[in-house]
Design a protein around this ligand. Structure first.
Ligand code: UDP
Length: 476
């Protein structure tokens, strides 16, 4: 049945081959991989479908390119569908993204109803997504959940920081979100109280087998970067700071440039550093090119600052630059997670990261880098100076950074949690996963009362949970 349906929309189906999961043993150990095989055993040939809005650019596409082959390597029939949209659609969903991250922007009803809802409807008219578990990523395809054309246990994976979400857009999306069977967030603090569905916490991850995450020695890195450095007249013997991300208002490239200029004024000539910014555009991000022009304006022809866009040989260049850098700077003003932070730490490069969203989860202040306020340009410059001048500090942080990523942010850890969710929703396991965030929801209790529990529950437990919910409701 699943195959017949997927053929109908093959143009939107990203087909990726399975990877041999034992190749991950050197990174996470044999026990982790064996445990994963055991978890996946009853899920063989079960379908886990993923839906998002772009297959290139940005962290979601980056992760799906690895999640799909890895899950397939474990025997799960993992699929990836990309919805299609016009430029109007991506303009309005970019506004959703900004508004959900707390940036004020005007948005009209016409945009919401025509550009957004009609595009989603058109996609699901021609596209049926069927899976034992279906994960819908971010707001772009979220409204599809009410189309009647998505079949399975459907979960919303929110990759953005919704803690300060603009209320108008949040309230518009809320009925859709509450229609899902569950929602996955990166940090518990992103969850808002109006959610009436089960919520789960899962960290994004990086894939150590990707060219970008090969751990480059200095010689290898210089080999990869040779042509680019030659072309842009970069002296590799000067200490390099780097910042890599989409060109986007939240990524705060302006703060990085400003901090770098202050740093440069404070260091002795033998330490004269360089700043290299690298960025790209995602196909679902119409603001990228405009933002890049702004960044070039801030650089203002400064010979010590380079701002590159859509670099050739992207993955190797990104990994090599991160490996070569004295420190990686990621001082976003809002950030769901920021894969670049883990990528840089995996290369053994300390990260100066802002105290927002998922960055706080990755950077351990004083151990794997420094946490700063994104607008405290002086403090950012001070931390850059410290990492520039203090070799011993940098070395200790480098080792700790790699270990932090190995333990928490590698691909097998993420897939494990998704498979545990799948087992739970398919009632293979009846215990609530330990990464569940909220207490039982009203609909779960209602289901329990009517005898359709997903797990064994004693009447005492049920009574206590109903009381908790009831007291919570009265407080509101
Ligand atoms: N990236 C890249 N080339 C660039 C800029 C970014 O390959 O020029 C990658 C980066 O390495 C990371 C992803 O794009 O894997 C960005 O993910 P992140 O979570 O940091 O930010 P998002 O774009 O999803 O907000």
């Amino acid at each position: 049945m699943f195959d017949d349906l997927s053929k109908k929309f093959a143009n939107q189906y990203v087909n990726l081959a399975a990877v041999e999961v034992d190749r991950y043993i050197p990174f996470v150990g044999e026990r982790t991989i064996s445990a994963l095989k055991w978890i996946a055993e009853p899920l063989h040939e079960k379908v886990w479908a993923n839906v998002n809005s772009t297959c290139v650019g940005g962290g979601v596409a980056e992760m799906l390119q690895s999640i799909v082959p890895f899950a397939k390597g474990l025997g799960v029939d993992c699929r990836w569908f990309v919805i299609e949209g016009t430029s109007d659609f991506f303009t309005v969903t970019k506004k959703f993204h900004n508004l959900l991250q707390g940036v004020e922007q005007s948005i009209s009803l016409d945009e919401i109803f025509h550009a957004y809802l009609e595009t989603v409807s058109q996609n699901v008219e021609t596209t049926k997504v069927v899976g034992n578990m279906v994960t819908i990523h971010d707001p772009q395809p979220a409204a599809a959940v009410m189309s009647g054309n998505i079949y399975g246990h459907v979960l919303w994976r929110c990759h953005i920081d919704t803690s300060q979400a603009n209320l108008r857009i949040w309230r518009f999306l809320l009925p859709y979100i509450n229609h899902f069977d569950g929602a996955i967030f990166t940090c518990p603090e992103f969850i808002r109280s109006e959610l009436q569905i089960p919520t789960y916490e899962i960290n994004p991850c990086i894939d150590p087998l990707r060219a970008k995450n090969h751990r480059y020695s200095r010689a290898e890195a210089l080999g990869v970067l040779g042509d680019l450095f030659h072309q842009h007249n970069v002296d590799p013997d000067r200490p390099i700071f780097t910042a890599i991300s989409r060109y986007d208002v939240h990524k705060n490239q302006q703060g990085v440039i400003e901090a770098f200029k202050r740093l440069r004024d404070r260091v002795v000539p033998r330490h004269k550093p360089l700043l290299i910014l690298v960025g790209n555009y995602a196909t679902d991000d119409p603001e990228g090119s405009e933002m890049y022009e702004q960044v070039r304006g801030w650089v203002d022809g400064d010979p010590d600052i380079h701002a590159w866009v859509n670099v050739p040989n992207n993955d190797q260049v990104v990994g090599a630059l991160m490996a070569l850098a004295r420190a990686f700077v990621h001082v976003a003003t809002r950030e769901g997670f920021g894969l670049v932070v883990s990528e840089a730490m995996w290369q053994g490069t300390p990260v100066i990261g802002s105290n927002v969203g998922g960055i706080r989860k990755q950077v351990v202040n004083g151990q794997t880098g420094y946490i700063v306020h994104p607008t405290d340009v002086d403090r950012i410059a001070l931390r850059m100076k410290s990492l520039l001048e203090n070799d011993a500090e940098r070395e200790a942080m480098s080792a700790a950074a790699v270990e932090q990523v190995r333990q928490h942010f590698l691909l097998p850890h993420l897939v494990r949690k998704h498979l545990l969710l799948m087992r739970y929703y398919l009632e293979i396991d009846n215990r609530v996963p330990d990464f569940r965030i909220n207490d039982l929801t009203f609909s779960e209790i209602k289901a329990a009362l009517y005898g359709r529990t997903m797990w064994p529950i004693s009447s005492d437990q049920l009574k206590r949970r109903i009381e908790t919910i009831w007291n919570g409701l009265r407080r509101r």
